[in-house]
Design a protein around this ligand. Sequence first.
Ligand SMILES: Nc1ncnc2c1ncn2[C@@H]1O[C@H](COP(=O)(O)OP(=O)(O)O)[C@@H](O)[C@H]1O
Ligand SMILES: N[C@@H](CC(=O)OP(=O)(O)O)C(=O)O
Length: 439
Amino acid sequence: MKIMKFGGTSVGKPARMHEVARLATADKEPKIVVLSAVSGTTNALVAISQKLALGERDAARLAIDALETQYQNFIAELVHTDAALEKARAVLQEHFEFLHIILRISWSEALNKDILAQGELLSTKLFCTYLEEQGLRYALLPALDFMRIDEHEEPQLDTIRTLLGAMLQQHAGTGLFVTQGFICRNARGEVDNLKRGGSDYSASLIAAAAGASVCEIWTDINGMHNNDPRVVDRTLPVSRLSFDEAAELAYFGAKILHPASIWPAQQHNVPVKLLNTMDPGAEGTLITGDATAPGAKAIAAKDGITAVNIKSSRMLLAYGFLRRVFEIFEKHRTSIDMITTSEVAVSVTIDNASALPAILEELGALGTVSVDGDQAIVSIVGQEIASDTSMLQRVFSSLEGVEIRMVSYGGSLHNISLLVAADKKKDVLQRLNKGVFGL
Ligand SMILES: Nc1ncnc2c1ncn2[C@@H]1O[C@H](COP(=O)(O)OP(=O)(O)O)[C@@H](O)[C@H]1O
Ligand SMILES: N[C@@H](CC(=O)OP(=O)(O)O)C(=O)O
């Protein structure tokens, strides 16, 4: 069984959906095709939900109508027979009727999740309409019937495996399955999601649950590049990465992969391939459990970082101080990315500042606390780069004159991370591209 996940741009136009169907039926291996929402749809749904939350019903209605017009144009090019067009129209009617009904309901977080789920529900049903028109056999596996997260929003892999396994058995003999990325049910049985960009995570969880031979992530670029192509002009694809390298890059901001998407595949040793729907013949990136050649592979950056510094008296810095600091972050379910310590102070970074006021209040009892918002973590990732004696020198000499707020070195053999002000990120990525990769 092979998993093929197609992102928003890969299903973003009718012609691209046609290409997805071609790729998914190009060989005989059974497949589960995982689809994201058509690009732009989730953002549009977020905007609709925000308008509703603010009580701006007329603005929400206009946004729903604009989205519906886009979809009417989409289906006109997606399918051509009268029967298929009728089916596609019925799909739109069902989902846009739902969106119009919610205009009359008061907004809640649970309703918000229902609204956001419409994108993947639409894309998969429209894709299936096209498959049907082409006479291709398939089965739709509703993700809401098997994708589960617990009360801490963690995927329940055993439950997913059991539910998905039973559904696959019901369709024994079917070679093509279609399901939604991103959406799931939570511990209360409500519709929920795996956070923005979560379809990669869905694909990796499904790959682990189904014991897949490979998890292919099809997107709009020839695999993982050595630097962020949105920021840096000259970047090149990386052909091989280990799971450890890919997990570090995803976690530290390489947008091509959802931050948590590597661990399920890694735990179940399913190779991951990053491929380009617009250039299917390109090599892409292969990610496996094998160690790659030593050296820097790629640089990633994560924005929206807050640094918190806690300065203690010497007395307090006796053993137990760090434990007390960490316990406060743990209590508020806030994970720490980088840490540096000195004799009297500790600095940590967080990317989720929602509990920061409560955290600061409690940290205040341990010492003097200061906060730097608007920071970015820049990570240089590669097999054993921390044991390459020339690497630090290359990193620092290329960043001469740039103020570096924190450095993390030695926590992982494969990662050197720097904290810089967010407005310096672009300059730092460009300089490192030259200094580390000579590009
Ligand atoms: N290191 C990187 N390598 C490749 N792409 C990257 C990297 N960093 C950021 N990106 C961006 O990630 C995008 C693909 O991810 P995403 O937009 O989530 O695709 P999809 O919609 O297919 O899920 C690329 O178009 C690229 O701009
Ligand atoms: N619809 C979701 C899920 C997703 O993963 O999209 P993409 O595969 O295009 O990044 C989002 O926009 O966040």
